[in-house]
Write a protein that binds this ligand. Structure first.
Ligand SMILES: Cc1cc2nc3c(=O)[nH]c(=O)nc-3n(C[C@H](O)[C@H](O)[C@H](O)COP(=O)(O)OP(=O)(O)OC[C@H]3O[C@@H](n4cnc5c(N)ncnc54)[C@H](O)[C@@H]3O)c2cc1C
Length: 407
């Protein structure tokens, strides 16, 4: 079988692109080296940013404008009448909060950020604060942001389930480049070792481990950290990409639900908190500043630092009986002089394109741009049955479902 389009990577970018490619009538498949969502996608906090946080900072106004157009696109999908049907996916919260210990937020709201914030954000009286902030003893101001937080696994399931036979488990290990620079074929190893216990063992079967050679008319690489190796295979050099290491911190117990960012003297969050159900308990998944600082620390030191940050923000929060864990993950981005690239990035080489969404919320834009690249080269020919000796890729677990918890 020689599909028209091969997409490499089974994260949000690959899944969204596959579904859109099939909807447009391209004969497409996706390859995932490990398990669906196992990279950044299921390690993300699931916040569908609308740009409000960036609108607070005059320098990032451009990002704010692009982001603002995206939540309506996602909402249409969740409602079942968008470009893809995500009506089976779950939304944890339809808004999140921004809290600050001083009156810094109020000053910003009244000044430079006011226009960007407009209707998407409003200050809350103390009796309307989320319980974690009110009962936790937060002192300062609290804003509500009209930004949803989604259950990312259910989004991946809604995207992948209808086309599972087209998402195969295989690790791209080599590329055949023609003298004219065209990517002719990729070599796929079907026996890639999974990382930790995120991916279930390969099913017993004949020939799975041997891999295969696959050709296609266009290749779309959405392989995140794997894009570095792919770029080197395509002769582009691995310096086109960068990684930002994070150590996400998790605590579980009888915790109130909380979604949002604690900020201090800049819109860059000191801490980002999202809440996730786990066996009758709630997991607080902590990112932002605590995860950036924690990347350079041991797990014990990073957890202690996160505990200190929580105690400063919520001095009355009862953390007794909670259990803790951490998760190391790299954010994969195109190389940029600033720390945060402003939107999805695509790098073309012949009939191949390497893509980074840089945020979950950008997946629809990335898919649109990657398929516009494909449309310049080929016409949809309709789907043919998948006949490739690779097993179907399984779904990954969330980090909090596979870590070792400590008291
Ligand atoms: C801790 C954290 C929190 C985040 N929170 C948010 C948030 O709240 N909101 C938001 O909008 N964004 C967030 N992001 C960013 C967002 O998660 C990413 O931009 C997005 O998930 C990237 O999707 P992707 O499909 O490009 O990459 P990934 O999800 O990393 O998927 C890439 C896939 O490619 C596979 N792969 C790699 N190499 C190969 C190969 N050679 N062959 C086959 N397969 C290969 C990998 O196994 C992986 O599954 C967060 C990121 C992190 C790390």
């Amino acid at each position: 079988m020689s599909p028209q389009i091969i997409i490499v990577g089974g994260g949000i970018a690959g899944l969204w692109t596959l579904r859109r490619a099939l909807a447009l009538g391209y004969d497409a498949i996706a390859l995932e080296q490990n398990a669906i969502g196992c990279g950044q996608t299921l390690a993300s906090q699931g916040i569908l940013h609308s740009g409000v946080k960036y609108g607070l900072d005059g320098a990032s106004r451009q990002i704010a404008t692009l982001l603002k157009s995206l939540p309506p696109r996602w909402s249409a999908c969740f409602a079942g009448h968008g470009e893809l049907d995500l009506s089976a996916a779950r939304i944890h919260a339809h808004s999140q909060h921004l809290w600050a210990s001083a009156n810094w937020l109020d000053k910003i709201a009244a000044g430079v950020g006011a226009r960007a914030m407009q209707s998407e954000v409003h200050a809350l009286q103390q009796d309307a604060w989320p319980a974690a902030l009110r009962d936790g003893g937060h002192r300062g101001s609290v804003y509500e942001l009209a930004e949803s937080v989604v259950d990312v696994k259910s989004v991946c399931q809604a995207l992948a389930a209808p086309v599972r036979e087209r998402i195969l488990r295989g690790n791209v290990v080599d590329a055949e480049i023609a003298p004219d620079g065209k990517l002719q074929a990729i070599r796929v190893d079907g026996a890639h070792k999974s990382r930790g216990n995120l991916a279930p063992p390969l099913p017993q079967g004949e020939g799975w481990g041997e891999g295969c050679r696959l050709s296609a008319e266009a290749f779309i690489f959405t392989s995140a950290t794997g894009n570095e190796t792919i770029a080197a295979m395509l002769g582009l050099g691995s310096a086109i990409a960068q990684r930002r290491p994070l150590r996400q911190i998790m605590l579980r117990g009888r915790l109130p639900l909380l979604y949002g960012h604690g900020v201090s003297a800049s819109p860059k969050p000191l801490i980002t908190i999202t809440s996730h159900p786990l066996n009758g308990e709630t997991v607080w998944y902590l990112g932002g500043g605590v995860a950036e600082a924690g990347a350079a620390m041991s797990e014990t030191a990073a957890i202690a630092h996160a505990q200190q940050t929580l105690q400063q923000g919520f001095p009355r929060l009862d953390l007794s009986g909670t259990r803790w864990a951490s998760w190391l993950v790299d954010r994969a981005e195109p190389h940029a002089s600033s720390m945060l690239p402003d939107g999805p990035a695509l790098l073309e080489r012949g009939n191949a394109v390497i893509c980074w969404p840089t945020k979950l919320v950008y997946a629809p834009v990335l898919a649109e741009r990657a398929l516009a690249f494909a449309a310049r080269r080929l016409q949809p020919r309709g789907l043919s049955p998948v006949e490739i000796a690779l097993p179907p890729a399984e779904f990954s677990t969330f980090p909090w479902e596979s870590v070792q918890w400590q008291s």
